[in-house]
Design a protein around this ligand. Structure first.
Ligand code: 3MF
Ligand code: MG
Ligand code: MG
Length: 422
């Protein structure tokens, strides 16, 4: 039966929040704020304050202050907050007494709501000054970009952050030929070096540990061609010999940014883990080979997400899970905090718990042990004998995939749809 056919009585505007609230309750399965706070889940200022605007889109929501975001995160149970410098400090107030005044208000807000600032990041992609990228030809633009990065490091220490993230945004070009890519990359590395040097200095003054500097790649947008399009490209930069402190620089992969170029996100994360550089992780969802749609975690690829979390749990990833998604334009200001964020957090926690079940599952465990034990062959066996020896075992690959889907569906807990044959 299609509920959208037939004449429905219009819902008065004043009744709509109540309806959404009632259906949210009917969904059931919400975690308490206390439980949510146990996870290292971080909420960005920009995600909650996103007004729904884009190149072809006018805003659909009203501006939201950091006080409101912090208050709402606290209520939901998101224990950590992060921000770009210009999300909270207007560009013309950066580095002025106004900045100190704003930082004072942020600290007060965080403190009174029991939140911590986990991460700070520099916006080097939105303002017109970065039209030719933060590593532009003009030395004055580069010096300005460097001063912004250094300033963000100081903000990070002031707010008690442990991480600084760098998404280079417009590091690339629309039309080819004007820039020398090698030179631009070297100049970009100089900016990072300046941030690390500043960090060492400030950390010493404040008696704090240095920040973890995390690079974030995205394959397309906002430049037509991007010089560091993937986490692997970022690893090449880190290990290029151009960084003065490569030990201070790691990665902040974003799930969708890897999926966008067609990567298997799990494999991209595995390469970062192998290099000891998976320090921070932006969690969201979307589609391969499309633009950056920043959908809430688990809404598109829950099975892949389950597998990603199994990998991260298996390798003891203990960094932040940063909710870098965009509440859809169809969600209201009220809906951002009553539906978008709590449901994103709850899907994450559910998938995290399911990943634990996968790791404990006796079927998967026995299948994996058998695969790793391999088949028995006699000494000096030839290629045919070696192949034959594991032939039946390899069917377990498909069986494991089936079992993972069963866990996702809850069938391992006895969920049935109709007659289940024993
Ligand atoms: C862009 C992003 C950015 C980065 C942010 C962190 C606006 O696609 O993902 O979010 O995550 O700049 O530094
Ligand atoms: Mg994104
Ligand atoms: Mg991101």
């Amino acid at each position: 039966m299609n509920p959208t056919t037939g004449k429905m009585k219009p819902i008065p505007a004043g009744d709509q929040q109540g309806l959404v609230e009632r259906l949210m309750k009917a969904c059931g399965g919400a975690y308490s704020a206390e439980t949510r706070r146990k996870y290292y889940i971080t909420g960005p200022q920009w995600a909650a304050a996103y007004e729904g605007h884009a190149l072809f889109h006018a805003p659909t929501r009203k501006p939201v202050t950091f006080e409101e975001v912090i208050r709402q995160y606290a209520e939901i149970g998101i224990g950590y907050w992060c921000t770009h410098d210009t999300d909270v400090i207007p560009a013309d107030a950066i580095g002025t007494p106004r900045q100190d005044e704003i930082l004072g208000r942020i600290k007060q807000s965080l403190q009174s709501h029991g939140l911590e600032c986990s991460m700070v990041t520099t916006e080097t992609f939105h303002h017109a000054v970065f039209a030719a990228s933060p590593a532009a030809e003009s030395p004055t633009v580069r010096e300005y970009a460097s001063s912004r990065l250094r300033n963000t490091v100081r903000i990070g220490h002031e707010l008690g952050a442990k991480f600084a993230v760098y998404w280079p945004g417009s590091l690339g070009y629309q039309v080819q030929g004007a820039i020398d890519e090698v030179q631009v990359l070297e100049r970009y590395a100089e900016g990072l070096n300046a941030a690390c040097e500043e960090d060492i200095k400030v950390a010493k003054e404040k008696g704090r540990a240095t920040l973890k500097h995390c690079m974030e790649a995205k394959p397309f947008e906002p430049a037509a061609q991007i010089l560091l399009p993937s986490s692997d490209a970022m690893l090449a930069l880190i290990f290029s010999g151009k960084l003065t402190h490569p030990e201070m620089v790691g990665l902040n992969p974003e799930y969708l940014h890897e999926l966008m170029w067609g990567a298997a996100p799990r494999a991209a994360l595995a390469r970062a883990l192998m290099c000891g550089k998976l320090w921070h992780f932006d969690i969201n969802d979307g589609y391969p080979l499309k633009h950056d749609v920043d959908i809430g975690v688990g809404l598109v690829n829950p099975l892949d997400w389950l597998n990603v979390l199994v990998l991260l749990r298996s390798h003891n990833y203990n960094g932040p899970f940063n909710l870098d998604f965009k509440p859809p334009r169809t969600t209201s200001n009220w809906g951002v905090f009553s539906v978008s964020f709590p449901t994103a957090v709850d899907r994450f926690i559910t998938m995290w718990e399911m990943a634990g079940e996968v790791m404990e599952d006796p079927v998967i465990r026995e299948a994996q042990q058998a695969l790793n034990a391999g088949g028995a062959v006699s000494e000096g066996a030839d290629v045919v004998a070696i192949t034959e020896a594991t032939k039946e075992l390899l069917t377990l690959h498909e069986l494991i995939a089936h079992r993972l889907v069963q866990i996702l569906f809850g069938q391992h807990r006895g969920r049935t749809f109709f007659d289940q044959k024993s």
